[in-house]
Design a protein around this ligand. Structure first.
Ligand SMILES: Nc1ncnc2c1ncn2[C@@H]1O[C@H](COP(=O)(O)OP(=O)(O)OP(=O)(O)O)[C@@H](O)[C@H]1O
Ligand SMILES: [Mg+2]
Length: 498
């Protein structure tokens, strides 16, 4: 199968999200779709996969013009998209979801479906127990199920929108191996939207770059049989960044601040969890200090952060914040004392779909009983300006691109907190935006805020942390010296080699 997009246009009000896009995706190729936050990547992929119509333009499959409406019709034409938020049904098992989402719907025989499921699972080295409820699965496994479901439906083009945010390095390797095989052995087209340039260089045969709705470049990636030396990777990254932003970015280094007095102390804290055997954790965080938590997803770092924010129960040990024992406190009490928690799940926990940016601003206002909408609107505009959010104050949050939602989430944090506990603060942000968010966060550190954050991006951890705690299966190991730790070493440590 070959796909051609011709003169694709899509407008949202004044925004020209896709402006005359012309591109051809060829049989057996893995193509990266790159561009800064709000460039129009998701919009284009949703058009191709039938999730939204183009205003204008044609989709051609093997040089035939195809007119389809809706994702089911796109799948029938061989094009399937892995949504960023999986569409599966939580209470059902893996097998039930597979049957329910299959072509024959509920008429597919259980035994037959199970055979097909385990066949596909084994073929790609996935780990899916057909009888597990979906709720117990990792994000990566839900993706695996969705890929298998689309393959069983016979798609020949697979679109993945930021599939590696929130999955571990190990799971990413499994995913990438599967994608390589689908392209090489089955001639499938794989389209990958990603902000992680290393991933794109590693996996893709070629990339197309969007900027402000326009297609601004195409480039072949170094062949995978060639040695991907660090010099070659750095050079390719530089070229991609220049295409994405129209300029080169300066090397980022972390300014260092005076470390102040202790603000947060965890003493032999044991977090309550049924699945992980959490070991006691002791940690003292000082004003101005940045503590990075590393680890594969589900190794205990998320639980620890939530326990610190008083959202997760503790079994024993104590927590002190700003001189007070907060072991039994609620998050509300903590928040009033100046400790703020930022959740990773943008539209699940942090932001509320259906509310505008103005309404979000009102939610974090000091006095919620008497809202002065005029001043709230002004404040929303200031945030949009300051955080360079592409969107209007009256937009609903879900109208923003993923990266711009993340900026809004950071923009809603108070200006002078004593401590920030942040889950994956730069998840889904392009390189430039991620640096800019860190500049904002570090300004708060300079004024005395302490930060605890986690990330699956090892470079981010090494660049911005004063200290790093590595989590593995509920055990914790503190790096003796971050500045002398390489990304490779950190990679081994999060695999449990300590
Ligand atoms: N449903 C919508 N309503 C209004 N505007 C929208 C809608 N969907 C997208 N947009 C706007 O279109 C532009 C492109 O958005 P898109 O989601 O395609 O960006 P993106 O390249 O995927 O960005 P990111 O990397 O941040 O996910 C953005 O300015 C966005 O605000
Ligand atoms: Mg997007």
């Amino acid at each position: 199968m070959d796909i051609e997009l011709r003169n694709i246009h899509k407008r949202f009000g004044a925004i020209h999200a896709n402006n005359d896009i012309n591109v051809r995706f060829r049989h057996g190729r893995i193509v990266g779709i790159l561009g800064e936050n709000g460039a129009g990547k998701s919009t284009l992929m949703k058009i191709l996969s039938g999730f939204q119509p183009a205003d204008q333009g044609d989709i051609l499959i093997d040089d035939r013009r195809i007119d389809y409406k809706g994702p089911t019709a796109a799948i029938a034409n061989g094009i399937g998209m892995l949504q960023q938020d999986p569409l599966d049904v939580g209470a059902f098992t893996v097998l039930e979801n597979f049957i329910y989402g299959g072509a024959e719907g509920l008429t597919l025989k259980r035994a037959q479906a199970e055979a097909q499921l385990s066949d596909l699972t084994a073929r790609f080295g996935f780990e899916l127990d057909p009888h597990q409820p979906i709720d117990n699965l990792l994000i990566a496994q839900r993706q695996q199920l969705e890929i298998i479901r689309l393959l069983a439906l016979g798609v020949e083009t697979l679109i993945l929108d930021e599939p590696t945010t929130g999955i571990s390095a190990e799971q990413k390797d499994i995913l990438f191996d599967a994608l390589r095989r689908l392209a090489r052995d089955e001639g499938m087209i794989i389209l990958l939207v990603s902000h992680k340039l290393e991933d794109v260089i590693d996996l893709c045969d070629e990339v197309v770059v969007l900027r402000a709705g326009l297609m601004v470049g195409e480039m072949d990636m170094p062949a995978s049989d060639k040695d991907l030396t660090s010099a070659l990777i750095a050079d390719t990254k530089g070229q991609l960044v220049t295409m994405m932003f129209g300029e080169e970015l300066d090397a980022q280094s972390r300014p260092h601040y005076e470390i102040g007095a202790p603000v947060f102390i965890a003493d032999k804290l044991i977090v309550q969890d049924l699945r992980l055997d959490m070991q006691p954790i002791s940690l003292t965080v000082h004003a101005g200090e940045v503590i990075g938590l590393a680890g594969l997803g589900g190794s205990g770092q998320e639980l620890f952060m939530r326990a610190c924010a008083r959202i997760q129960r503790v079994n024993s040990g104590s927590l002190h914040f700003d001189g007070n024992n907060i072991t039994g406190a609620s998050y509300r009490q903590l928040f009033r004392r100046g400790c703020v928690f930022g959740a990773a799940g943008r539209l699940e926990e942090g932001l509320i779909a259906g509310l505008t940016l103005i309404e979000h601003t009102a939610l974090v206002a000091d006095d919620k009983l008497q809202i002065d909408w005029k001043s709230v609107a002004k404040r929303a505009d200031t945030r949009i300006d300051h955080y360079r959010i592409k969107g209007a104050a009256t937009d609903n949050i879900e109208q923003l691109s993923g990266g711009n939602q993340q900026r809004m989430l950071i923009g809603l944090l108070p200006d002078d907190p004593k401590m920030l506990i942040l889950e994956q603060p730069t998840r889904g942000l392009d390189v430039d935006s991620a640096r800019w968010i860190w500049t904002q966060l570090l300004e708060r550190c300079a004024r005395g805020a302490a930060i605890i954050f986690n990330s699956s991006d090892l470079e981010e951890l090494v660049t911005y942390s004063d200290r790093i705690l590595v989590f593995y299966a509920g055990r914790v190991h503190e790096l003796p010296d971050v500045s002398r730790t390489s990304i490779d070493e950190l990679g081994h440590l999060i695999g449990g080699e300590f």
